[in-house]
Design a protein around this ligand. Structure first.
Ligand code: PEP
Ligand code: MN
Length: 355
């Protein structure tokens, strides 16, 4: 299904990259909301975010203030002239948020992973033209992400955007949620008109990673950023370790290098031609390697040998992985490539052996 999109066109917002949405993970008190929003406003931030309803991994945590927080968001609109955004996860949230005149809604990662919940949300949005930002689902499934967009778009919502917040994993050594940049990049290739916001706070899970992740999002040509910012981060009721003060946020944004997306220079074209040549050579070499594989398959067939010889396979993976590292590449990346090559090689050999 093709999405029918119209530009986000947020009133009073310059579409210049990056469009910044900032504010605390959660609205906690009226004072915290107003203090944070005022400080952000002074730094030139025009869109304020705060979670009113919070999906929490375990029960017993702070689950958001609920509807009592909506009038606080209204004060931010009226007294500071900012647009306000909040997360909706159920039709009740949608109804309350629209009733309160919230300017932008976003759908959280856990909700996007659930097609039933997404369809109910979509149905509750029918007939409105509020902009909706759809976070990536917690699991790295691009089709599920696109499916969620299709459901909302199918209900007639045309002002859509997405938020890349990373993907859940058991390994949290560096990131709270793995960025897996190839997924938003593929989304951009599939649906070029869809604005992408980077969410460095939920990817990184820690303050130190906000700046580099913002820069990476800009380097990939994302349109915007959603950053968690709190007037007193250490005392935040949720996601304390990943929030920065408006002061720090301003410093980070100020240092961002915003590269031009459209301007393509001659030297860039020349470099791209080199890439094309490399890709051609890669394919020719791969085809040659597969021809050799088929010959090996023929040999194994004649000598009644098994296709996969584990020792040889491990030797290739280890040797090439180490060689890749010496060439300045990631060892796991090289191993992944050789695993894929080996898989195709095995397929070709089996083909020969069963001829
Ligand atoms: C949030 O933005 O505060 C949030 C709950 O994010 P996510 O759905 O990405 O976990
Ligand atoms: Mn959060």
């Amino acid at each position: 299904m093709e999405l029918e999109l119209s530009p986000l066109k947020l009133p009073g917002i310059d579409p210049k990259r990056p469009i910044v949405i900032a504010g605390p993970c959660s609205a906690e008190t009226e004072e915290q909301v107003m203090t944070t929003a005022t400080q952000l406003c002074k730094k030139g931030i025009k869109i304020f975010r705060a979670g009113i309803w919070k999906p929490r991994t375990k029960p017993g945590g702070f689950e958001g203030v609920g509807t009592v927080g909506l009038p606080w968001m209204n004060r931010v609109q009226q007294e500071l002239g900012m647009l306000v955004a909040t997360e909706v996860a159920t039709p009740k949230h949608v109804e309350a948020a629209l009733e309160a005149g919230i300017d932008i809604l976003w759908v959280g990662a856990r909700t996007v992973a659930n097609p039933f919940a997404m369809q109910e949300l979509a149905d509750s949005l029918r007939g409105t033209d509020v902009p909706v930002l759809v976070k990536n689902p917690v699991n790295p499934d691009l089709e599920l992400w696109i499916g969620a967009l299709e459901r909302i778009n199918g209900a007639g919502v045309k002002r859509l955007g997405v938020i890349h917040r990373g993907f859940s994993s058991y390994d949290k050594k560096i990131y709270r949620n793995l960025p897996m940049w190839h997924i938003p990049i593929e989304l951009r290739r599939r649906i070029p008109a869809l604005p992408i916001f980077g969410d460095p706070s939920h990817i990184g899970g820690k303050r130190e990673l906000i700046a580099p992740l913002c820069q990476q999002a800009m380097d990939l040509g994302f349109e915007g950023l959603v950053v968690e910012s709190h007037c007193n981060p250490d005392s935040a009721w949720s996601d304390a370790s990943q929030q920065v003060t408006p002061e720090v946020l301003d410093f980070i944004l100020d240092k961002l290098v915003i590269r031009n997306i459209t301007q393509s220079t001659e030297s860039l074209e020349a470099l791209r031609r080199q890439i094309d040549e490399c890709d051609n050579s890669l394919l020719e070499l791969l085809a040659k390697r597969m021809r050799v594989s088929r010959e090996i398959g023929q040999y194994k067939r004649e000598h009644n040998m098994t296709v996969v010889q584990t020792d040889r396979y491990n030797e290739i993976l280890d040797k090439r992985g180490a060689q890749g590292v010496l060439c300045g590449m990631d060892g796991d990346f090289v191993k992944t490539i050789f695993e894929a090559i080996h898989e195709e090689s095995v397929r070709q050999q089996i083909d020969v052996m069963n001829k």
